[in-house]
Design a protein around this ligand. Structure first.
Ligand code: DOR
Ligand code: ZN
Length: 447
């Protein structure tokens, strides 16, 4: 009889395989399609294996519902520290994420003070501890050259603004952009860029509605900023362009092989002649014909990442005359539900939604989740496509109490598992404050 194969040194020293703590069974999105499977999950919250039958001490069958990976929203503003009181916090923002099926958020640095040094970053990390419902990756702002190296060791990613916006008055001077991008390329962290070139802004006419706002920060501002970025970014930079609004930008960035995102508001809402400032946002909503081009590119799978740019402001601030109202709208809770409703309506293929909302954003941030596969974190959703709701600001969980998607259809996850523990049951939050600050664990693969 042949001797048993010799164990390699690694196998001899490998820890014993983790035991299955429980099994989730049902139709799940695995390897690009819905299949009936059983998912073995460890006590620590990792997917151990996926197969036809998995033995385990406890089994939960989701019946008619489907199992999807949780989403990652790599672009949110939770206004802490220094935000106006009652508008948002890390607690309230991560609660909305949990309820909307998002297991990880990327939180932006334009808070007060902005996250431009390690002290501000450490302060934010302390605020996440024991208060966040889901994991948080913290962006830093690369405006202070002396702080870059220490930020690169501690932050999760950088966010660079090429135009003034809420909390950011001074973008880098044009001559400084190439050296800064070169430096960021050496530091290795992912870099997301707000790509609007302010030299293209038309500031003469006061804006009375979103059509004027669109004319004031026109498509040319996005196109020019993207061209500058493509010219000045070194190949080593792990670049991502935030909230792209134009079909032509999709084509340009795809040709260049660069990661980018589109938001539900640019995909689903167009500018119009009314004074409702809840639709005021940077970059602006575009004309219906342009919105349609972006949506069609998204449906074809040409937009790598879906992200909310969750940026709430109080209802009072948004009731100011249009020109004075701040830009931004909430969206982390409705990111996935809005798009699940489009899947149900037959307008968006499920594989395109899971790739853009779950898989690619997690990979860009170097996180092992967003796929239902062995070795990935057990961040999982149970979605019943029959449970449709009409969105109403007062029933959502954003403290600002309003949504620009009022009356639209949404499908919210019935259950949400975070590291294998249930944090949403029957659409209600039943979790705790188990979210932590995370940093990239592997090099993002987008570029
Ligand atoms: O509309 C926006 N609001 N765009 C941004 O870039 C920032 C954001 C905010 O923080 O309010
Ligand atoms: Zn933003």
């Amino acid at each position: 009889m042949a001797p048993p194969p010799r164990r390699t040194r690694e196998e001899e020293h490998a820890p014993p395989p983790e035991p299955t703590a429980w099994v989730l069974a049902g139709r799940a999105f695995v390897q690009g399609r819905l299949q009936s499977v059983e998912i073995a999950i460890s006590e620590e919250g990792t997917i151990l294996s996926v197969g036809k039958v998995r033995p385990g001490p406890r089994r939960h069958d989701v019946g008619e519902a489907v199992i999807l990976p949780s989403a990652t929203d790599l672009h949110v503003h939770f206004r802490e520290p220094g935000g106006p009181s009652g508008v948002e916090s890390i607690e309230s923002g991560t609660l909305q994420a949990a309820l909307g099926g998002v297991a990880l958020v990327g939180e932006m640095p334009n808070t007060t003070p902005p996250v431009t040094d390690s002290e501000a970053l450490a302060d934010k990390a302390v605020r996440v501890h024991r208060r966040a419902a889901v994991d948080v990756l913290l962006y830093a702002s690369p405006t202070n050259p002396r702080a870059l190296r220490s930020l690169a060791r501690r932050a999760g990613a950088f966010k660079l603004y090429l135009s003034p916006t809420t909390g950011i008055a001074e973008p880098p001077a044009p001559a400084d952009l190439a050296p800064l991008l070169g430096r960021l390329g050496e530091l290795g962290l992912p870099v997301s860029v707000h790509a609007e070139d302010p030299t293209e802004f038309e500031t003469e006419v006061p804006a009375k509605d979103t059509v004027d706002w669109d004319a004031g920060r026109p498509p040319a501002a996005e196109q020019t900023a993207i061209e500058r970025l493509l010219r000045d970014a070194p190949p080593s930079l792990r670049l991502h362009v935030a909230h792209v609004t134009l079909g032509s930008s999709v084509a340009r960035l795809r040709r260049a092989g660069i990661s980018f995102e589109a938001t539900p508001h640019h995909l689903l809402l167009a500018d119009r002649r009314d004074s409702d400032a809840r639709r005021k946002v940077n970059p602006p909503l575009r004309a219906e014909s342009e919105r349609k081009l972006l949506w069609e590119a998204f449906v074809r799978g040409e937009v790598p990442v879906l992200a909310s740019d969750h940026a709430p402001h109080s209802a009072d601030a948004k009731a100011l005359p249009f020109a004075l109202a701040p830009s931004g709208m909430p969206g982390v809770e409705t990111l996935l539900p809005l798009m699940l409703a489009r899947v149900r309506a037959g307008q968006l293929p499920l594989p395109i939604l899971t790739a853009s909302a779950c898989d690619r954003p997690a990979r860009w941030l170097g996180q092992p989740h967003g796929r239902i596969a062995a070795g990935h974190r057990a961040h999982l959703l149970v979605v019943d496509f029959r449970q449709r709701t009409r969105l109403e600001g007062r029933h959502l969980h954003a403290p600002c109490g309003w949504t620009a998607f009022e009356g639209r259809e949404g499908i919210f996850p019935r259950e949400h598992y975070f590291y294998g523990r249930r944090i949403v049951a029957d659409g209600e939050f039943v979790g705790g404050a188990r979210g932590a600050v995370v940093r990239p664990e592997f090099a993002p693969t987008s570029r």
